[in-house]
Design a protein around this ligand. Structure first.
Ligand code: CUA
Length: 332
């Protein structure tokens, strides 16, 4: 058990989702609390096992059956001190210490300031909505959240279906997205980088494939990115394959479910595809945005992510599918 916990901790401690190596002060408080929990857990487990080993070795001659009854004074003292007293002290100490990181947590600080971004959870993808001065200025970005480094960003969290949980392990503690309720979190990244986030509340068959990448970049790059995202979709001009792809998109079910700003596609069931060509990942963050994945996602989404609302559009296989992929990739 201890070995499993340590192995798990080591696995968790590498890469963009490593909550033990946090990227801001509030997350660092949570991480150091986590380290203390792990250390105390390992020490407690080691003591329990040593006691068990001692008993097993001492009584391996079969005399164990003749041990003192549990209601004798000596065993009772063991149970009261070791089974109740020490665990109570340990649990109450950690309970009290937990209030420090909780007070400093970014979820606690947020809520009073103006909202910069609304994050919406759906089965099974996150959508970041950058709020403009007017409603029609809002920029919708699926499965990706860009923030400026060194600037606190206040985020409003909502869900359109079941309970989800927004968790960027390197940046903050978990905050749930609860139907009928608006929660808040404040994100602050110290250094540029890509931080991976996951849905942390079981929300159905594809819960494990509900991911969001946080791209923290210097303010000048962030401002340029947001400006580019506010623009309408690029219009194809000469490339015949791209033009054909656009026609396929507008004439098929794609346009009923997805929005491509600047065209007649205004669907709101699936993610906004206005700048899909510039996205890192597709399908709720499940797959990298490559030609092969995009192609497979169009014609065989139900094999890749069974239960997702994206249908498998097998009728588009062949030249239509390749043209469609070219059109989507041109939307940068
Ligand atoms: Cu959304 Cu789990």
């Amino acid at each position: 058990m201890t070995a499993c916990m340590v192995a798990w901790s080591c696995v968790a401690c590498s890469g963009p989702q490593d909550f033990m190596r946090a990227a801001n002060p509030a997350a660092r408080d949570i991480a150091s609390f986590g380290w203390w929990l792990l250390v105390v857990f390992c020490v407690a487990a080691a003591i329990v096992w040593l006691v068990l080993a001692y008993i097993a070795l001492r009584y391996d001659d079969g005399s164990f059956a003749a041990h003192a009854p549990a209601d004798a004074d000596e065993p009772k003292r063991w149970i009261v001190i070791g089974g109740l007293g020490i665990p109570a002290v340990v649990f109450l100490t950690f309970f009290a210490l937990m209030f420090g990181p909780m007070r400093g947590s970014t979820a606690h600080q947020a809520g009073g300031a103006a909202v910069d971004i609304r994050v919406i959870g759906r089965q099974w993808w996150f959508e970041a909505e950058y709020l403009g001065h007017q409603v029609d200025e809002a920029v919708h970005v699926p499965s990706e959240l860009h923030i400026p480094v060194g600037r606190p960003v206040d985020i409003e969290l909502e869900t359109r279906d079941v309970i989800h949980s927004f968790w960027i392990p390197k940046l903050h503690g978990k905050v749930d997205l609860v139907p009928g309720r608006v929660n808040h979190v404040r994100l602050l990244a110290d250094t540029p980088g890509v931080y991976r986030g996951e849905c942390a509340e079981f929300c159905g068959a594809q819960h494990a494939h509900m991911r969001i990448d946080i791209v923290a970049e210097l303010p000048v790059y962030f401002d340029a990115w947001l400006e580019s995202q506010r623009a309408d979709a690029a219009q194809p001009d000469v490339d015949e394959k791209v033009l054909h792809g656009r026609d396929v998109f507008m004439a098929s079910a794609c346009a009923l479910c997805h929005t491509v700003r600047g065209t007649q596609a205004r669907g709101s069931i699936g993610p906004d595809l206005t700048h899909v060509g510039s996205r890192r990942r597709i399908a709720g963050g499940s797959f990298e945005n490559t030609t092969a994945n995009l192609s497979a996602w169009i014609t065989d989404a139900q094999s890749m992510k069974p239960g997702a609302r994206m249908p498998s559009l097998r009728q588009l296989s062949g030249p239509d599918e390749r043209a469609l992929v070219s059109y989507l990739q041109s939307l940068r």
